[in-house]
Design a protein around this ligand. Structure first.
Ligand code: TNX
Length: 543
């Protein structure tokens, strides 16, 4: 007698055979063969490109008989396993079990295991071995496993081999991947001050940053037009300073609970939040809330325009430093990451000597609260400690000065890496004071060779800032950020010899189904031959 379990097995064996025949390019008995886009792992559309990919030209069939198992000393490997299960469900509808030890009846398994073998010492390094029956992800930390999971997500086809089948299979090419990031800091900045963005909007951005292995979200929380983070000891900052934004719209702010929610959502995606309180310039909203902070002596009123460089704190008043101490203390307490960004840019209304004194004093406050100071490149003109970090955006001279002082540098040249620059004259949003940055210009440069004054050894990483003078919701944010941020992910993760515009632009074209499925309003640059969302239903040559 054949019991139902056996029937199931027989049926599954049959399915596996069909799959095999499809993979081998043979005809199935009933229907013409569907040609999979590829069984060649090397031809997959990875972004960022991993360090090493080898193909064994076969396929792992992801289907409902696949199980996920995770091992690790801590709960975090299981969380990565759960993340993978959730994303597979979102993409394929398959609800795969995680660590189901009762049922031994699975055909294939994805193992996520902690190992000491990844020797580079890099916590984000991982290895992935894909065979016909198993996928083995190995990493010494859950962070590495999480990056591996993003790679795996990218090679699960958007559509199953046969959308009509009751038991569809998503074939994944076999082979091996060894990977680790080139730069440890791979960031994007979001300006929530010029226009406010809600917790949900920030979370959506985090989802897609994580997919491309970005690991830092720098939040520009304050500026002339708005103060966006609750500081309990100075409540008017948000009551008054949070009430406006560019263009006369209504503003808004994050309560500390909101901010914590963002921080923990980011942490679950292995993204560190870097909070920025911009000072001593860009401080109009703070000074209107508490006029004692003001150093301009001019009449103060809320500001909804887009000029810069007109505001400053009074750098000679002790009250200003005790205010800053409160702000840094409160915000550091809810920011588990190692960094605190003090802005320091475009302080045109601050005298040079005052600026230098100010940065020196604020650096000590930041250090007292256990953080490393980051500031825009102007901070290199002060007597900064070599543990502080300069964010090069404009002045190569300041960048070189930072290097001379032994500081690490985050590379964010406005001409190449500013997400708020228009693509071209037709762009619906954005500015163009630094440059027009089409998708190829955004990709075609090397952070480690951009300027001779900032050599590879001094570079902590790369960050792409998105200033929000011209954007006020997710859809506009995405129009400027995507697809350029995808290129910055490759410039910061991939080895220099793995970056190549010709191959990148083809791989980028294949991001369209992902971006469309998740409602990301990316800019369909005419430089890219975007792939249609339903391509995998058809025979579609890869190149
Ligand atoms: C310069 S970049 C600024 C911002 C503006 C941005 C607009 C930098 C450190 N400061 O205040 O929003 O240009 O592109």
């Amino acid at each position: 007698m054949i019991n139902s379990n056996m029937k199931n097995k027989i049926h599954r064996t049959h399915i596996s055979l069909i799959m095999l025949s499809l993979i081998m390019g043979c005809e199935s008995p009933k229907k013409p063969a569907i040609v999979f886009p590829t069984t060649d792992l090397i031809k997959e559309n990875f972004i960022p490109m991993p360090s090493e990919v080898e193909s064994t030209n076969d396929a792992f069939g992801l289907d409902q008989f696949t199980a996920i198992y995770s091992t690790g000393e801590k709960e975090d490997f299981n969380e990565v396993g759960q993340f993978l299960a959730d994303k597979i469900q979102l993409k394929t509808g398959l609800r795969l079990s995680l660590n189901d030890m009762e049922n031994q009846d699975y055909d294939r398994a994805i193992y996520i295991q902690q190992t000491e073998r990844i020797s580079s010492g890099n916590t984000e390094a991982y290895q992935m071995l894909i065979n016909r029956d198993s996928i083995l992800i190995s990493a010494s930390e859950a962070e590495g496993a999480f990056r591996a999971v993003q790679t795996l997500r990218q090679i699960i086809p958007e559509r199953s081999n046969d959308t009509l089948s009751e038991q569809p299979i998503w074939p994944i090419p076999t082979g091996s991947i060894n990977d680790a990031p080139f730069f440890e800091y791979r960031g994007s900045m979001l300006d929530v001050a010029r226009h406010f963005f809600s917790v949900e909007e920030v979370k959506k951005y985090i989802d897609h940053l994580a997919y491309y292995k970005i690991n830092v979200l720098h939040l520009h929380l304050t500026d002339d037009q708005g103060w966006r983070i609750e500081i309990k000891s100075w409540p008017k900052l948000t009551e008054v300073g949070g009430s406006t934004e560019v263009g006369g719209e209504s503003g808004g702010y994050f309560t500390q609970e909101d901010y914590k929610e963002i921080v923990s959502y980011a942490a679950a995606h292995y993204i560190t939040v870097v909070p920025e309180i911009d000072m001593p310039g860009h401080t109009n909203a703070a000074s209107v809330s508490y006029p004692i902070l003001d150093g301009t002596g001019k009449p103060l009123k809320l500001y909804e325009g887009t000029r810069v460089g007109f505001s400053t704190f009074d750098t000679n008043k002790d009250t200003v430093y005790s205010f800053i101490d409160d702000v840094v203390r409160e915000l550091s307490a809810i920011s588990p990451g190692p960094y605190f960004h003090i802005g320091g840019d475009e302080s045109h209304a601050t005298k040079t000597d005052d600026y230098i004194k100010f940065v020196n004093r604020v650096e000590k406050i930041v250090q007292k609260h256990g953080k490393k100071m980051i500031g825009w490149d102007e901070i290199a003109t002060a007597d900064v400690d070599n543990s502080s970090i300069a964010q090069f955006w404009s002045s190569e001279e300041n960048g070189a000065l930072a290097v001379k002082k032994g500081m690490k540098v985050i590379v964010s040249p406005a001409k190449k890496a500013y997400l708020d620059m228009k693509y071209d004259t037709l762009s619906k949003h954005g500015l163009n004071w630094a440059a027009y940055i089409p998708v190829d210009t955004a990709y075609n440069w090397s952070p480690e060779r951009y300027t001779a004054g900032i050599p590879r050894e001094s570079i902590l990483g790369v960050e792409a800032p998105l200033w929000s003078e011209t954007i006020s919701n997710s859809s506009e944010l995405e129009y400027l950020a995507f697809p350029r941020i995808i290129g910055y992910s490759e410039l910061s993760w991939s080895l220099p010899e793995k970056r190549n515009w010709e191959t990148y632009k083809k791989r980028l074209a294949h991001q369209a189904p992902y971006l469309e499925r998740l409602n990301v309003n990316y800019y369909r640059s005419p430089l890219i031959d975007w792939i249609s969302s339903d391509y995998s239903d058809k025979e579609m040559p890869k190149d």
